[in-house]
Design a protein around this ligand. Structure first.
Ligand SMILES: *Cc1c(COP(=O)(O)O)cnc(C)c1O
Length: 360
């Protein structure tokens, strides 16, 4: 069987070129006579892999010198705890709750201090981003937290919140490297790799240097202290070496595509195809307030659960995989990350049109 168009929210589609390169290097990486999976993380070959990955990522994101880039483990969910452990000096933090991942992070922070939900869109099933221009930010808040792109609900902060001078911490798992960003607006930006930048098992954190200190909450595990990882250049213990190697290849692929501005242009084009159709369809409709729509995750419904299930099953037969919506929203969701080619979105829209013609 050939490759399908994989609309999974994560682990998700990777660029075919990257998979082909990895396959070609599987048995013998760059003349070392071994796979990257088999080599010491202290070897010169691996040092080159992780250093190049960091350099390419820094170039893509224009990361200033006073920010560290860490390759960590435990997924984005581990950072839900690491963030308060490393940053909650006053034991107060403000959370903007725009979906399940933000809510999980908020609940985790409550284990360590006074985490406050200063805004939420739960009243309308997280289908919009609240106005964050003048929120009641706590005077003693150690940081303000957002989930920038809500993978499950398909919303995105197109304007960052006014944090009133507090450091912004953002989970960017599902929008990482999808468009240019200004890192200096963030204290911490982190994301699990398996949505847009590589295989599961790696989480990348970009952290302003002054936030990496020994002054962490009592009882913070050595491994979760950012300073441990920063001092060891992400090699305190054995890192997820193969995952980092694939991330590095994805970074190089993005550079070859023209960097983040080019990614953004392609992502806008793909999203416009799908949203454009949803807006004129008599059968399908998007579930998100228009101005808050994500370029990466596009949930939609027919309004009839049986018809939704039929659509997902028939799409699968046509080679359009993983379109079932998250169980908390229902319906469908098409994740159209960087590596989803425009042809995949065109095939999906053509299939939706045909389904509409035969089922409306
Ligand atoms: C998938 C996802 C997570 C969870 O990632 P894990 O690596 O499984 O912990 C957290 N936040 C967002 C926004 C996600 O999309």
């Amino acid at each position: 069987m050939g490759r399908v168009y994989n609309f999974s929210a994560g682990p998700a589609v990777l660029p075919e070129e990257v998979l082909e390169e990895a396959a070609a290097e599987m048995l013998d990486y760059a003349g070392t006579g071994m796979s990257v999976m088999e080599m010491s993380h202290r070897s010169a070959a691996f040092a080159d892999i992780i250093e190049s990955a960091e350099a390419d990522l820094r170039e893509l994101l224009s990361v200033p010198d006073n920010y560290r880039v860490l390759f960590l483990q435990g997924g984005a969910s581990q950072q839900f705890a690491a963030v308060p452990m490393n940053l909650m000096k006053n034991r107060v933090a403000d959370y903007i709750v725009t979906g399940s991942w933000a809510k999980k992070a908020f609940k985790e922070a409550k284990l360590y201090g006074d985490a406050r939900a200063i805004a939420s869109s739960e009243d309308e099933t997280f289908s919009y981003i609240p106005d964050c221009s003048d929120l009641p930010v706590s005077e003693d808040a150690d940081y303000v937290y957002i989930c920038e792109n809500n993978t499950i609900y398909g919303t995105k902060f197109h304007t960052l919140p006014n944090t009133k001078g507090k450091d912004l911490v953002a989970d960017v798992s599902s929008c990482f490297l999808s468009e240019p960003v200004d890192i200096t607006k963030y204290g911490v930006m982190y994301g699990g790799a398996q949505k847009n930048i590589g295989p599961a098992g790696v989480v990348v954190s970009v952290i302003r240097e002054d936030l990496i200190t020994d002054d962490v909450l009592e009882g913070t595990p050595t491994m979760l202290k950012w300073k441990t990882q920063a001092d060891a250049n992400s090699l305190y213990n054995t890192p997820p070496a193969y995952g980092i190697y694939i991330c590095g290849k994805v970074f190089k692929w993005i550079k070859r595509q023209g960097g983040l501005a080019a990614m953004q242009e392609r992502n806008r084009e793909k999203a416009a195809l799908l949203y454009g159709f949803l807006d004129e369809s008599a059968l399908f409709r998007g579930t998100v307030r228009k101005e808050d729509r994500s370029l990466m995750n596009v949930p939609f419904v027919t309004g009839d659960a049986d018809l939704d299930a039929e659509f997902v099953a028939e799409a699968k037969k046509a080679g359009l995989e993983n379109l079932k919506g998250h169980r908390s929203v229902g319906g469908m969701r098409a994740s159209i990350y960087n590596a989803m080619p425009k042809a995949g979105v065109e095939a999906l829209v053509a299939f939706m049109k045909e389904f509409e013609r035969t089922h409306a």
